[in-house]
Write a protein that binds this ligand. Structure first.
Ligand SMILES: [Zn+2]
Length: 312
């Protein structure tokens, strides 16, 4: 299974910054050691024209040149540097590459990404560009080129199970019937002004495994009634975990694994290719986040194996 990482492009943060940048490298090390069937690749850079399928040219240029207004930079939450701009591009490139691989081999992932708070013209909440939105639009364009004469574009379902609402993604695809946005998130969590996804499932503080899995089941049923995807983009956030300092929910490792299995299985049963990204994870202990993410990769490998066995 192809896996794309960008942790070599380290973004310099001031001492004591609350973003756990080290988790990406720790995850790669554990995947290399414990899941050796995973093929790890350095993420390619997303090009301007790829970013421009979602983001405004002014915003892309301001990130490249470091000319964003101070308030807009503060809303992202990272100080600008060339490394920050480079890393943001690579993070989108990783999801693009994973989506291309998934369309060929059934399943692939990004060791980072899931930057769902980014809008077309602004970043927010540690998100610079919206990797999943760019991947959805680019895969639609590439699919249309490969299938000339098809009236309907590639239908893309975004299944966003990060604990925070995918507000940027929801806003980008408002009024676009070819992309279905589903977000399960903490009702009282950031962002405090939510956007309208195609399907929003707000969850109360302290929500545990059973309630969460029940809500997911209903959401997938609703998705199925309303939409027929040709590609799923899955944000497997680790931040609904009970050990997360920002999450406010209370899922166990087993609950998160059952969640991942349900999503991978749902796509597999319908033979819909799926690309996934890690999205958030802010464990009190960083090892907790890395463990939850590693578990996602382990389940993904099992489903990737099914795809390969079923290939003609
Ligand atoms: Zn999150």
């Amino acid at each position: 299974m192809d896996a794309y990482y960008a942790d070599e492009f380290v973004l310099p943060l001031p001492e004591g910054h609350r973003f756990p940048m080290a988790k990406y490298r720790l995850l790669r090390d554990r995947i290399a050691e414990e899941l050796p069937e995973t093929r790890l690749h350095v993420a390619p850079k997303a090009e301007d024209e790829e970013l421009a399928r979602v983001h405004s040219p002014e915003y892309i240029a301001a990130i490249a040149q470091g000319t964003l207004a101070p308030a807009a930079q503060r809303e992202i939450g990272f100080p600008w540097s060339e490394a920050m701009a480079e890393r943001a591009r690579r993070s989108v490139g990783a999801t693009l590459a994973a989506a291309r691989s998934a369309l060929r081999h059934g399943l692939a992932g990004n060791l980072a990404g899931g930057t769902h708070h980014a809008y077309a013209g602004k970043g927010s909440g540690f998100c610079v560009f919206n990797d999943v939105a760019v991947a959805a639009r680019c895969m639609q364009a590439e699919w249309a080129q490969a299938h000339p004469g098809r009236a309907q574009p590639l239908q893309v379902a975004v299944i966003d199970l990060d604990v925070h609402q995918g507000n940027g993604t929801a806003h980008i695809f408002q009024g676009d019937a070819s992309v279905f946005t589903l977000s399960l998130h903490g009702e009282r969590n950031f962002p405090f002004r939510k956007e309208d996804s195609d399907l929003d499932v707000p969850l109360p503080d302290g929500c545990g495994d059973a309630q969460y899995l029940d809500a997911l089941e209903h959401a997938l049923q609703t998705l199925e009634q309303r939409f027929e995807p040709g590609l799923v983009l899955y944000l497997a956030g680790a931040d609904p975990h009970e050990g997360d300092r920002l999450g406010r929910l209370a899922l166990s490792y087993d609950g998160l694994e059952a969640r991942d299995r349900r999503v991978f299985d749902w796509a597999w049963q319908r033979r819909v290719p799926l690309a996934f990204s890690m999205a958030g994870g802010y464990g009190h202990d960083i090892a907790t986040t890395v463990q939850a993410q590693l578990n996602t990769w382990r389940v993904a490998l099992q489903y990737h194996c099914r795809w390969q066995n079923a290939a003609p």
